[in-house]
Design a protein around this ligand. Structure first.
Ligand SMILES: [Zn+2]
Ligand SMILES: [Zn+2]
Length: 174
């Protein structure tokens, strides 16, 4: 959702709180596309502090479906973070130089979904497991080893090896 903040800029010390829905349906990155299955509307606070600073604050609480790092089973993963953005105002305009990297602000229109997208990226979980001791899938036949052993000859039977494998896979992703 795009929020027009032009009335905020022109009005010193104005402060509003509005409920803004997250319209982002999935999170798309280099790692793939991940459905956002739940997203609470944000109580977004926008404040103009003495025509010097524009503040944008709110708490985000959403659930993203991410495959388990070991067995690839979809895991509903809660991602929570706070938005806390501060922009310098000069003569009732946003300082352009400071905002160079902020793709969520187009003129005086704040694109909440873009803002949220950028924050999800920063808050993306390092590793997602369906359960702490997930055994993963057999590298030989592809069986989900949580459901039982398939009897294949595998080298990495040691769970410590699985942890190393995870780290190894992470390097490949980057
Ligand atoms: Zn798993
Ligand atoms: Zn197997």
């Amino acid at each position: 959702m795009v929020v027009d903040i032009s009335d905020m800029i022109s009005c010193e010390n104005k402060e509003v709180t509005k409920e803004v829905p997250i319209e982002l349906k999935s999170f798309v990155s280099r790692l793939g596309e991940f459905p956002i299955t739940k997203a609470a509307p944000i109580e977004l606070k926008i404040a103009n502090r003495e025509n010097k600073q524009l503040l944008i604050q709110g708490d985000v609480d959403l659930t993203v479906s991410i495959p388990c790092s070991r067995c690839l089973k979809e895991v509903p993963t809660d991602i929570r973070f706070s938005i806390d953005k501060e922009m310098k105002l000069e003569n009732a305009v946003i300082n352009d130089e400071e905002m160079e990297d902020a793709d969520y602000l187009i003129g005086l229109h704040l694109d909440i979904d873009k803002l949220v997208y950028g924050e999800i990226l920063v808050n993306w979980p390092m590793k997602v497991l369906c359960k702490e001791d997930c055994k993963g899938i057999c590298k030989v036949c592809g069986q989900d080893l949580n459901k039982g052993d398939c009897g294949c000859q595998r080298t990495e039977l040691d769970p410590r090896m699985a942890a190393i494998q995870d780290i190894f896979n992470k390097f490949k992703e980057v």
